[in-house]
Design a protein around this ligand. Structure first.
Ligand code: TLP
Length: 358
């Protein structure tokens, strides 16, 4: 990379809408979506439902709102929700499950974020009058903070079937479900068919500027529409946002394999760097998480040094850094990012311990 550009690997949410998307936004046919009269939103919802093989879909402003809407539709205050310990819904959605939904999360730790039915079943509350009752299981696929890991579909089927037998509902935080589908070589309809609800993001790897979709049965989506209004997500001429969403939905999935290849190259390059801890074999999709403890720096100091060199990532905790590949970073950017990390870590090891350049 010769120019002054910043290589932004903080998230796949940072992508900018393409010229085609901006044109579609300018030209979108719109109406008042709270009256169900926005033709572009209606088209997006119909297309999402079709792709997922479901009766209906609902456009929501964010993944967070999509997850909360489903959670509110499936539970009532005082119940419990089983989720993975590092899941986004538990860690990064402002505790909305408890603060808004009045439900108690029951987090369970699973290797690589991939829960088994055995682990889930052990967390189900017994039917004792003094115990909060388990209502819902939330699954995240791909699993963000576990490094973009992917559930084998058979495991998802087992969790859904057995949860249903136990009288529980199952929600999928499928923010990056198209990344999972790309990795598996399967379609999203098949992967998600047994879930009671699915939320997926248009604004991550698919490249739309805004928005997520909730898909499910017609009755479920009608209920979600009221809940979306309750939480302030009833948008009006939202067709200007649905228009790039339609392009993201059609074109985004076709190029995700490029992001996965770039993530693999990034991971392999970083793994060769002294003091960086990472197993590239575990990188399945577009998220790379690595340990920087041995550099002697905290994640925030490491990232500040990196930012001075125009490469951006985010901290996962004090020892770990996350980088995410997406449509606005190419192979040469990834090569550059690896070279920068190698140069930077090399320069630390030549300096007296505990000192940084001012
Ligand atoms: N993830 C964002 C940040 O919040 C960390 C990111 O950069 O990865 N579920 C999952 C699995 C997510 O990764 C995210 C966003 C959400 C839900 C929430 O989506 P938004 O940001 O649209 O509310």
């Amino acid at each position: 990379m010769m120019d002054d550009r910043i290589i932004d690997l903080r998230s796949d949410t940072v992508t900018k809408p393409s010229a085609e998307m901006r044109r579609a936004m300018a030209e979108a046919e719109v109406g008042d979506d709270v009256f169900l009269e926005d033709p572009t939103v209606n088209r997006l919802q119909a297309r999402a439902a079709q792709i997922f093989g479901r009766e209906a879909a609902l456009f929501v402003p964010s993944g967070t709102m999509g997850n909360l809407t489903c959670l509110l539709a499936h539970t009532r205050p005082g119940q419990e929700v089983i989720c993975e310990q590092k899941s986004h819904i538990y860690n990064m959605e402002m505790a909305s499950m408890s603060a808004v939904g009045g439900v108690l999360p029951r987090p369970i730790a699973a290797e690589d974020g991939i829960m088994t039915w055995e682990q889930v079943s052990r967390a189900i509350r017994p039917k004792v009058y003094s115990r909060a009752q388990t209502a819902l299981v939330c699954v995240e696929n791909t699993h963000n903070l576990a490094g973009g890991s992917v559930y084998p579909s058979e495991l998802l089927y087992e969790i859904c079937d057995r949860a249903h037998e136990a009288g529980l509902l199952v929600h999928l935080d499928g923010s990056r479900i198209f990344n999972a589908a790309t990795y598996l070589g399967e379609d999203v309809a098949g992967i998600t068919k047994k879930f009671d609800s699915v939320q997926f993001c248009l604004s991550k790897g698919l490249g739309a500027p805004v928005g997520s979709m909730v898909v499910g049965s017609r009755a479920f989506i009608e209920r979600c529409r009221s809940i979306r209004k309750m939480v302030g997500g009833g948008m009006r001429q939202a067709g200007v946002l649905a228009a790039p969403g339609l392009i993201a939905l059609e074109k985004g999935p076709q190029r995700l394999h490029i992001d996965h290849e770039n993530a693999k190259i990034l991971a392999e390059g970083l793994a060769k760097t002294p003091c960086i801890g990472l197993n590239p074999a575990k990188v399945q999709t577009n998220i790379v998480i690595f340990d920087i403890r041995e550099t002697g720096l905290s994640a925030s100091d490491f990232l500040a040094e990196l930012a001075r060199r125009k490469v951006l990532g985010v901290p996962v905790d004090s020892d770990k850094v996350r980088m995410v590949t997406h449509l606005d970073v190419g192979r040469s950017d990834v090569d550059y990012a690896v070279a920068v990390v190698q140069e930077m870590v090399g320069s630390f090891s030549r300096r007296p311990a505990g000192t940084l350049a001012s």
